[in-house]
Design a protein around this ligand. Structure first.
Ligand SMILES: Cc1ncc(COP(=O)(O)O)c(C=O)c1O
Length: 386
């Protein structure tokens, strides 16, 4: 009755846990939320004002499907300066969120049967969209011993002439890990050897700690501009999840094809939202800096707190706003542990398996929550883990 191409699709785990947590809240239980990957800050006022001003001055029309020329120019300038690369506006495609720049480039590149390498544990949309395109999903484990970068031995054993696309994500959701430069070089060399594309999800590239500049991009490596798609957006850096605003950077011919997919699917991204995006990029960046400093303080508190608990060890990730603690010594599976702490301690978090089978033995906590709540949650966990 239905077409096969949606049979494999599942809801994101975070929404299922949120629904369970909200049902408990409706019964009067206090729940501390670590399940949703969404900044707990409001969109910065100058950006909201720019969006509202655009609405009241009639910026409420269709735009060219790939975005307004001035917004594409602003993105090209910002992305070129940040990554030390040379991007033209014609390579920029704007869309409603970052997700369309996973979906449409995958559709434009992957033929049925083509193999696609992607991180596991990883953002669930990758596997979902590979399936919709008819590709063969080839998960490569991220390993804790390598700061949650790819297991490169497994990567080397899986890449071959049938590999069409390699998806990478740094800093990573769900681990917060950053792919080291040497690993990027290894992946780039393999992509060139087997003539495949790379989709680099860089949505957390600016949310990095310990004095680091933006996370390095594989796009900047020699010979990679012609085979790399950068996916980026405004949801995380500018706390704009509900505005739905993101972009892809890719070679011009692919940009043209992705633009056509946008033409025939969403038409265009809201015009006033694009005006807000220009203000986000060109306005004062001090708010971004101060939000990242606050995430860093929270990261330090949550990592120290988790490491103080029996049976739990937690690496200190250098990016995004997630930690991915190892709970193998507790003897519980990820699912058992996540359900148990929700019921017993009122703490909502995600099992690592929400991000794929290699997430077993881990949990994901989003620390887009106050230090006060983080400390309270660690206290509650300490009580039930005794
Ligand atoms: C790794 C990763 N990529 C892409 C996205 C999509 O972001 P959006 O579509 O809100 O821009 C997210 C959001 O959670 C993410 O975590």
């Amino acid at each position: 009755m239905y077409a096969n191409r949606t049979n494999h699709l599942k809801a994101e785990g975070a929404y299922a846990v949120l629904a369970k947590a909200q049902a408990l809240e409706a019964d009067g239980r206090e729940i501390i939320h670590f399940e949703i990957g969404q900044p707990d800050f409001d969109t910065f006022p100058n950006v909201s004002m720019a969006g509202m001003r655009a609405i009241t001055t009639g910026k409420t029309n269709y735009t060219p499907p790939a975005g307004t020329p001035s917004f594409r120019r602003a993105i090209a300038m910002d992305a070129s300066a940040r990554r030390g690369i040379d991007i033209s506006p014609a390579q920029v495609v704007v869309g409603p969120g970052g997700k369309p720049h996973i979906f449409f480039p995958t559709l434009a590149l992957v033929n049925p049967g083509d193999e696609v390498i992607y991180p596991n544990p990883g953002f669930p949309t990758y596997e979902a969209m590979i399936g919709v395109a008819g590709g063969k999903p080839v998960p490569v484990p991220l390993v804790e011993e390598n700061n949650f970068s790819f297991d490169l031995d497994v990567f080397d054993s899986l890449i071959n002439e049938r590999t069409k696309l390699i998806i990478i994500n740094s800093p990573s959701n769900p681990t917060g890990g950053i792919i080291p430069q040497a690993d990027l070089e290894h992946i780039a060399a393999a992509a060139k050897k087997y003539d495949c594309w790379v989709l680099s999800d860089e949505i957390y590239a600016r949310i990095v700690y310990d004095g680091m500049d933006d996370a390095p991009s594989i796009y900047a490596l020699p010979g990679m501009a012609e085979r790399t798609v950068i996916m980026d957006g405004f949801s995380k850096t500018y706390a704009m999840t509900g505005w739905r605003l993101g972009y892809g950077i890719m070679p011009e011919e692919l940009a043209r094809r992705v633009g056509l997919l946008l033409t025939h699917s969403v038409g265009s991204t809201a015009e006033f939202t694009q005006f807000a995006g220009i203000e986000a990029l060109n306005g004062d960046q001090a708010q971004v800096t101060s939000v990242i400093a606050e995430y860093e303080r929270r990261r330090n508190v949550i990592v120290d707190g988790l490491n103080s608990l029996p049976g739990i060890t937690c690496q200190k990730p250098q990016g995004a706003f997630y930690v991915f603690p190892n709970i193998k010594a507790t003897g519980k599976t990820s699912d058992e542990f996540a359900n148990w702490v929700l019921e017993e301690a009122g703490i909502a978090l995600l099992p690592g398996t929400s991000f794929g089978e290699f997430g077993e033995g881990y949990l994901r906590l989003s620390y887009a929550n106050s230090i006060e709540n983080i400390e309270k949650a660690i206290g509650k966990l300490a009580k039930i883990l005794k």
